[in-house]
Ligand binder design. Structure first.
Ligand SMILES: C[S@@+](CC[C@H](N)C(=O)[O-])C[C@H]1O[C@@H](n2cnc3c(N)ncnc32)[C@H](O)[C@@H]1O
Length: 261
């Protein structure tokens, strides 16, 4: 198991995956998948997307998922075995910056919420482009932790926590806004982008998907906020929740580009 910055477990990814299901479908559509295609998911986690992709390529296709966390790969392989799709869906332990596939092997390739963890996202994108065929699509959806916020009267505390989250909880908390530039610089063509808002109106769910316990703990440790300020903003959020007006949001960016020439 990996316990690096921003580590999340399979159960967390399952909950978020269900919440993001419609956005995930959009990434699959951008891959322009046909029956029999070979497709790759980089930073696949417990295999939520490789399982979905298996239905799109069918038994004559091939789906690979890679992740640098061995526990994720074991979980993904178990799920695949259980679903009876392991003849055409496989998972490998590998770093995104060095993919264990030959050049041009895949018809299309995706990654989701991986780039927020990467110190060198351009190297991962270069690798994704390398293993994709000519005319194939490279698709990345990632978070911009600097894009959102939570409505509260405690704006100063909220802003300090939001800034701390973007700057410190992930290696690359502004990944989403960088994707268009990375795709263009990589020489991918026909680049498209979508900015996709996620709104949460349930405080308990917000605490879970935005890992607010971890955020508050680390922010107090680093003296970004005091324990008293954390209590104050929690009370404001609880009041908003009790009044039925809790509102938080954040954006993901979905960028697709074609490998041409
Ligand atoms: C937020 S999770 C997203 C998982 C999956 N894409 C999903 O949508 O459910 C990020 C995943 O990226 C993996 N990861 C982080 N850095 C990586 C790297 N350098 N190479 C490969 N995988 C990495 C983590 O282990 C984790 O499974």
């Amino acid at each position: 198991m990996t316990t690096t910055k921003g580590y999340v477990d399979p159960e967390y990814l399952q909950v978020v995956g269900e919440f993001l299901n419609q956005l995930k479908q959009r990434t699959y559509a951008r891959m322009q998948i046909q029956t029999g295609h070979k497709v790759l998911d980089v930073g696949c986690g417990p295999g939520i997307d490789t399982m979905a992709l298996s239905q799109l390529v069918g038994v004559t296709g091939e789906v690979y998922g890679v992740d640098y966390d061995e526990a994720m790969i074991t979980e993904a392989e178990q799920r695949t075995q259980k679903a009876g799709i392991s003849t055409w869906v496989k998972h490998k332990h590998s770093d995104a910056t060095s993919l264990p596939f030959e050049t041009g092997y895949f018809d299309s390739c995706r990654s989701e919420r991986l780039f927020q963890h990467l110190l060198n996202p351009s190297i991962a994108l270069k690798e994704m482009a390398r293993v994709t065929k000519e005319n194939g699509w490279v698709v990345v959806m990632d978070t911009d932790w600097g894009s959102g916020g939570i409505d509260t009267i405690e704006i100063d505390i909220e802003r300090r926590l939001a800034r701390f989250m973007s700057d410190n909880l992930y290696h690359n908390g502004y990944a989403g806004r960088q994707l268009y530039r990375l795709f263009k610089k990589q020489g991918l063509m026909n680049v498209s982008f979508d900015v996709l808002p996620l709104v949460v109106t349930n405080y308990t769910f917000a605490r879970q998907i935005w890992s607010l316990d971890i955020l508050e703990c680390q922010a107090v440790e680093k003296k970004v906020v005091t324990e008293g300020e954390v209590k104050k903003i929690q009370m404001a959020f609880e009041q908003a929740d009790a009044d039925g007006v809790f509102f938080g949001y954040g954006c993901l960016t979905l960028v697709a580009g074609q490998k041409v020439g």
